[in-house]
Ligand binder design. Structure first.
Ligand code: ASP
Ligand code: MG
Length: 408
């Protein structure tokens, strides 16, 4: 029997009636002749509430204890959903992450999955049961419970789909699919029928609400991921390896506009211009897992340079503290930061080698009187750092300017 992995997000299981309706959907898939492994997030804002509760006890809770605490959120939703399936007359069993064989490294709070031991899940499937797995969690070799990072249930679902050889992974959520831009900002944004993994990865890391690691896993194991509403019966978006029939060089196109408001900039002034300085600046950040996005270095006449880079706003306090030490060590000048910025990106395939995309983006922003602070490009995106207060307008202008509101 072919197998589908279905993931239901926190808002889809936020209360008892929603859990019952999700059970109905899973049951319907089973009735259509498929095996189903369902993966659930914690109900509603449970994870936030548990984190808050922990912090009222201890400002920086012990990571191992916090993980075990957070894992309870998904245990609640997966057991309740299983009870709901049973009341509907289905044979069903819930499994925690450990029971479902999710083995991870020991990085509490953002553990990475090493492997999935599938024996138990396979046994249950053979008994004809529906299986509901607690998302977002796994365990180390020592059976300490870990969590995969906020939003990590998507990654649980795709990992299970890959390990079990599922036909596809379906992600049910409170939006209807993937759009050419955030529909809350751009009312004429279009829902896409499908999108490639790489482009989705750019859109996911820039605001659309999927755990980026789940897309990477999907790409690595070629698991088609279908994203759709858990409330409506409308068609969603399929994330897959896109087979493109158009003539080669016509395939270059803009897929969507992404943005991110979790952006802060750090500038280190008067950095001595000699080999090893960039390494000295960025190594401490890498060691603490702070990822740096855009980096700009300006050479000045007096053999010193200014280096600016962006980090997520959440990482800013820690990054600044680290930079203060480094600045003293290397004898640089001032350290300044700005947390009123945002980034806006044009995402599409093959943009880097196509002249004209970057200049068109800059023209559109210029005509909208939007100042560009920093620029980065990759093979499939061009990003500009702008003032946060102008980012929504930038998204709208670019969406229109690249004609994304027109049917392709
Ligand atoms: N409940 C976890 C969170 O809120 C995991 C998830 O929702 O996927 O981050
Ligand atoms: Mg959640």
């Amino acid at each position: 029997m072919s197998l589908i992995v279905q993931k239901y997000g926190g808002s889809s299981v936020a209360d008892a009636s929603k859990i019952l309706s999700v059970a109905g959907r899973i049951g319907a898939t089973k009735d259509s002749g498929k095996d189903v492994v369902a993966v659930v997030s914690a109900m509603g804002d449970t994870t936030d509430e548990l984190i808050e509760l922990a912090q009222t006890i201890s400002p920086q809770p012990d990571p191992r204890e916090l993980d075990l605490l957070l894992s309870t959120g998904e245990l609640v939703s997966c057991t309740l959903l299983t009870m709901a399936l049973r009341t509907l007359g289905y044979q069903a069993i819930s499994l925690s992450g450990v029971q479902a064989g999710i083995r991870t490294d020991t990085t509490h709070g953002k553990a990475r999955i090493h492997r999935v031991e599938t024996e138990r899940v396979r046994q249950e499937l053979e008994l004809g049961r529906l299986i509901v797995v607690a998302g977002f969690q796994g365990a180390t070799e020592d059976l300490d419970v870990t969590t995969l990072g906020r939003g990590g249930s998507d990654t649980t679902a795709v990992a299970l789909a890959a390990a079990l050889g599922a036909e596809r992974c379906e992600i049910y959520t409170d939006v209807e699919g993937i759009y050419t831009a955030d529909p809350r900002i751009v009312p004429e944004a279009r829902k896409m029928a499908d999108i490639g993994y790489q482009e989705m990865l750019e859109l996911a890391s820039y605001g659309a609400k999927m755990h980026p690691r789940s897309i990477e896993l999907g790409a690595a194991f070629q698991i088609p991921i279908y994203v759709a509403s858990s409330f409506k019966e409308t068609q969603g978006t399929l994330i897959h390896q896109k087979a493109d029939e158009r003539p080669m060089e016509d395939r270059i196109k803009v897929t969507g506009i992404a943005y991110d408001t979790n952006v802060a900039k750090i500038t280190v002034r008067s950095v001595p211009d000699r080999p090893g300085i960039a390494a000295a600046l960025f190594e401490p950040l890498a060691q603490t897992g702070t990822s740096v996005d855009t980096i700009v270095q300006n050479t000045s006449v007096d053999r010193t340079t200014d280096i600016s880079f962006t980090v997520s706003r959440t990482d800013l306090p820690m990054a600044l503290a680290q930079m203060e030490t480094v600045v003293q060590e290397i004898g640089a000048g001032d350290l300044v930061s700005d947390d009123t910025l945002a980034s806006v990106s044009v995402v599409g395939s093959g943009m880097q080698n196509t002249p004209g995309y970057a200049s068109r983006m800059f023209r559109i922003l210029a005509d909208g009187a939007i100042n560009i602070d920093m620029i980065t490009t990759s093979e499939i995106r061009i990003s500009c750092v702008v003032k946060e207060e102008q980012v929504a307008e930038a998204v709208r202008l670019l969406h229109r300017g690249f004609q994304l509101d027109e049917e392709p």
